[in-house]
Write a protein that binds this ligand. Sequence first.
Ligand code: HEC
Length: 190
Amino acid sequence: MKPHRLLKTFLLLLALFITTAAAANETADMVRYLDYRSLPRISDDPVEMTLPAAVLCKDPTPEFGPHVFCAAMHLYANQAALAAKAKGGDKVRYPIGSLFVKEKFERKEATAPMLITVMEKMSDKGQVEDWKFTMIRLSDRSVVAREHFKISCEDCHAKFSEHDFISSASDSLLSAFLKKQPPVPAVAKR
Ligand code: HEC
């Protein structure tokens, strides 16, 4: 083999190795979270975010610069969460396995989201720690490390104890979404 051919083959193999290694680094949870668009979307239009949450949406790593913060979001929730909200109403308690994903956009008009934040219910003791909190940067599908957060996810969400630690904003979105659903067809009686 000619030397430049050999180099080409080597580079190709190297590229393949790097891609496979990167893919293997994504845990099963990450892959599941990143598939959030297959879940029912609760918000119709992007919802403008409240200021504290918008500021916190800021990606703490320097590559985006200091001015990036998110202005709008979409909310997704899985069937387990929706069924619990439909049944529990104002006194909702989400079962283990409930999943919420907030998709964050830098501007309301933006089409590509920057980040997702995820809450998955892992235990059911009635405390904020029942939820696993994750923030994922979409540009490189990496988890944003917690040490970057000045206020922890749990500290802020602990305030939402009336809705099982889901924010009041999302709780209202869920109620509105469920109201619009067609009633479950009654099973025909014989
Ligand atoms: C300063 C308070 C605050 C902090 C800190 C915070 N959140 Fe939130 N979060 C909110 C608010 C308020 C909402 C409602 C939507 C909005 O206004 O953006 C929300 C919504 C969410 C939702 C959608 C479900 C719900 O409860 O509404 C998820 C998922 C979420 N946050 C995950 C996270 C994760 C993960 C972190 C840590 C990286 C985090 N949050 C940190 C305030 C906070």
